[in-house]
Design a protein around this ligand. Structure first.
Ligand SMILES: C[S@@+](CC[C@H](N)C(=O)[O-])C[C@H]1O[C@@H](n2cnc3c(N)ncnc32)[C@H](O)[C@@H]1O
Length: 446
């Protein structure tokens, strides 16, 4: 990695490191979302666009790997991380991350700048940071290399995940896939923009953004991080950041111009606006979202993207929807375990556990099915890798609804077959290089 030349004149720290340190503190001390904290700190510290890649790598990597980093820090300090001053701990985590997991960062920069950062916020802790990081230059990699990942407990530490997630994936996927999946969660997620075909085309958008990317249908697969939400093209509704797996959901629902479509659990609207584009903005989309603020944002997003057929309804998706629909998308709240690479702090949050979510998912699926006309198509999707929320929800639904059948999607996107139920799709980040989505398509016969 190249060290950017510009320097923060106050602390003598390169801006990318100053931003990463601030992000790490905001995430672990203030409960901030890493992506929002990064966006905010990059603006506050006037980070140059060329430094965004390094700032992202440093901050996201430190947040993702924190369990492994804390293990190293505890070994080197001989005390629990909870006993360390917050700024000292943040500087140590950032420093140990660079020394252990990055190859092109000069150790003197990782040590020296972490000391400067600690000095600014906790002057008396700077000596400890210096001493620990000097030892870390020699000892951190061997400590990490000695970690095993044979059991879920070991894998949780080695690949920095909570134990319950490691256990869930060992059970659901088997040890080799579980380990590979956890390792992939610590790598940069593929960054993709969907060109909004109501306003532009993918080649036009690529030319206009002047970024390094390659095209895959309407998708621009980016070669480097890009702050889409600050781009004028975002404001103009020309693009939507969206993974290839999320785009597959709309394609598999396959809505046609002129149809009536029900979209249950619709905010922030990545899929709603994709459906509108696939329908060429002809027909109707009823987009139901319970959270009032998110429903408002969804309406603004639809307007910005020129999706005039979207009717946002701010209500509970478990309630009856009147009328009958050609197609229904059910995209309920889930444990989000398929998107851990792009949301680095998510694994550490007390998000809903699979068993607790399954009941709500069932209710929303039933409500969606009630609104589907005979012969209609329903897609149930989640961005998680969790049988209780995916295949078990669909199986229980089918057992109670003999008028529904499930389509075999295995032939549509053969790479993305479900590991054990090949009629469904289950994208896996380590296998498919995109978010982990579950997608099932059902049809109503009568
Ligand atoms: C997985 S996200 C949906 C993502 C969205 N379909 C997209 O592609 O942008 C789930 C959404 O469901 C909303 N939600 C949660 N419980 C709900 C309920 N009972 N009824 C309607 N919406 C709900 C959440 O606020 C959240 O916006």
């Amino acid at each position: 990695m190249d060290e950017p030349s510009s320097r923060d004149p106050i602390a003598g720290v390169i801006p990318a490191r100053a931003v990463a340190y601030a992000v790490v503190r905001r995430v672990f001390e203030g409960g901030a979302w890493a992506d929002r904290a990064l966006h905010g700190e990059a603006r506050r510290l006037r980070l140059a666009a060329r430094d965004l890649g390094l700032a992202t790598q440093l901050s996201y990597g430190t947040v993702q790997r924190v369990a492994t980093l804390d293990h190293v820090i505890e070994k080197l300090t001989g005390r629990p991380v909870a006993k360390l001053d917050r700024p000292v701990l943040a500087a140590l985590r950032l420093g140990v991350f660079q020394l252990t997991f990055l190859d092109r960062v000069p150790p003197h920069a990782a040590v020296g700048e972490s000391v400067e950062l600690a000095k600014r916020d906790a002057p008396r802790g700077a000596g400890l940071v210096n001493a620990v990081l000097r030892r870390a230059t020699r000892e951190a990699r061997p400590i990490v290399a000695a970690l095993k990942d044979d059991t879920p407990e070991q894998a949780a530490l080695a690949h920095s995940h909570p134990e319950w997630i490691a256990q869930l994936w060992f059970d659901a996927l088997g040890a080799p896939d579980a380990r590979a999946l956890m390792a992939a969660d610590n790598e940069a997620a593929e960054a993709v923009l969907r060109a909004n075909t109501l306003k532009t085309t993918a080649p036009e958008l690529l030319a206009r953004l002047a970024i390094e990317a390659h095209l895959d249908g309407d998708a621009l697969i980016l070669d480097a991080p890009f702050d889409a939400f600050s781009a004028p093209e975002w404001e103009q509704g020309l693009l939507m950041p969206q993974s290839r797996a999320a785009m597959a959901v709309g394609r598999i629902l396959d809505p046609q111009p002129g149809e009536r479509v029900l979209d249950l659990c619709a905010a922030p609207g990545g899929k709603t606006t994709h459906l509108a584009a696939l329908m060429r903005d002809e027909g109707q989309i009823v987009a139901v979202e319970k959270h009032t603020g998110r429903a408002g944002a969804l309406a603004r997003t639809a307007a910005r993207m020129g999706a005039t057929i979207v009717d946002v309804q701010n209500r509970d998706a478990t309630e009856k929807t009147h009328g009958s629909f050609d197609r229904v998308l059910v995209d309920p709240p889930c444990s989000d375990l398929g998107t851990l690479a792009s949301r680095p702090d998510a694994r550490w949050r007390k998000a809903g556990r699979p068993e607790a979510l399954a009941d709500l998912q069932q209710q929303i699926l039933r409500a969606g099915a009630d609104a589907l006309k005979p012969g209609g198509t329903l897609v149930y999707s989640t961005c998680t890798i969790s049988p209780a929320e995916n295949e078990q929800v669909v199986s229980a639904f089918l057992a109670a609804h003999p008028d529904f059948t499930v389509d075999d999607l295995g032939t549509e996107l053969p790479l993305w077959k479900h590991p054990t139920m090949p009629q469904h799709l289950q994208t896996l980040p380590h296998r498919d290089r995109t978010d982990g989505f579950f997608i099932a398509r059902l049809r109503r016969s009568t």
